[in-house]
Write a protein that binds this ligand. Structure first.
Ligand SMILES: [Zn+2]
Length: 276
């Protein structure tokens, strides 16, 4: 057979394999995965304690972004350490403390990961990693930038901390992520993928009434996951009530599985099976 014909046949075969991948179902067989991203923990406050207690009492889980530069008391560190040791039945923590930069500063020109160079960003990520490791005695695997603002060097800065596997982003304004950070909403994650990027679906900055939660679920239910960003430090009574309704909507009807960001990474890698 003519060697050019052979090359063409081989090319067609490879192309057909690649196009098959596009048809692989990306959603979880056990229902929608809901990942809560709670931002801006500094010192533990009454609001933070209440939020984390609700998560634990309801036997769900959440990711909490820590700003080490705003943790000023030993009591806050002790409380984070205590919470970090509380485990779900699958041995993952109820609360995954993740790297939210070091000090969350903002000037006219820059934020921690926008307007600063690669060295500075690398240093800030590592300072926060060290804080979490030294105080919680566990490795942090997840990062999300303050103000959801990053730049073209953030991806490289993150790779300099190879233990970080998950990047929580808001792709409407963060457009700088590189190709090897894969979004499970768009691509099948394989064992080879050490970097996943999760995109925030909802920024619940103001009220989030149950009607919105139901509408959002109807829109999202075929997706693999949704990522919900919240700021419990600023919540009033009404928002705490709304949060409890959100939990009960998903949980009581068995519509979704709550996971922390790194738990989801491990789940995608089939390193544990969700039983609930
Ligand atoms: Zn923040």
């Amino acid at each position: 057979m003519n060697k050019y014909l052979l090359i063409i046949i081989a090319f067609c075969f490879l192309a057909s394999i690649c196009s098959c991948n596009d048809n692989v179902s990306l959603n979880s067989p056990n229902g929608l995965v809901v990942i809560i991203k709670a931002d801006d923990l500094g010192d533990t406050t009454a609001n933070w304690n209440r939020f984390m207690k609700i998560v634990i009492d309801n036997k769900i889980c959440a990711g909490v972004g820590v700003i080490p530069g705003r943790v000023t008391t030993q009591g806050s560190i002790s409380e984070m350490k205590r919470i970090n040791e509380l485990r779900q039945s699958n041995e993952f923590p109820y609360i995954e403390f993740w790297n939210h930069g070091y000090d969350h500063h903002k000037t006219n020109k820059e934020t921690e990961f926008s307007g600063s160079d690669l060295n500075d960003q690398t240093k800030r990520i590592q300072m926060s990693q060290n804080f979490l490791f030294d105080n919680l005695s566990s490795t942090c695997h997840t990062f999300g930038a303050p103000f959801n603002k990053t730049s073209g060097v953030t991806s490289s800065a993150l790779v300099n901390s190879p233990e970080i596997n998950v990047w929580l982003s808001y792709q409407k304004i963060e457009k700088h992520f590189l190709g090897d950070w894969k979004d499970p909403n768009k691509k099948v994650i394989t064992k080879m993928d050490q970097h996943i990027i999760l995109n925030t679906d909802y920024l619940y900055l103001n009220d989030f009434p149950i009607g919105d939660i139901i509408n959002n679920y109807e829109r999202d239910k075929e997706k693999p996951y949704v990522l919900i960003q919240i700021h419990p430090a600023k919540w009033d009574e009404r928002r705490f009530n709304q949060f409890e309704k959100l939990i009960h909507f998903y949980k009581d009807r068995h519509l979704a599985i709550f996971m922390t960001p790194y738990q989801y990474f491990r789940y995608l890698h089939k390193e544990y099976t969700q039983v609930e």
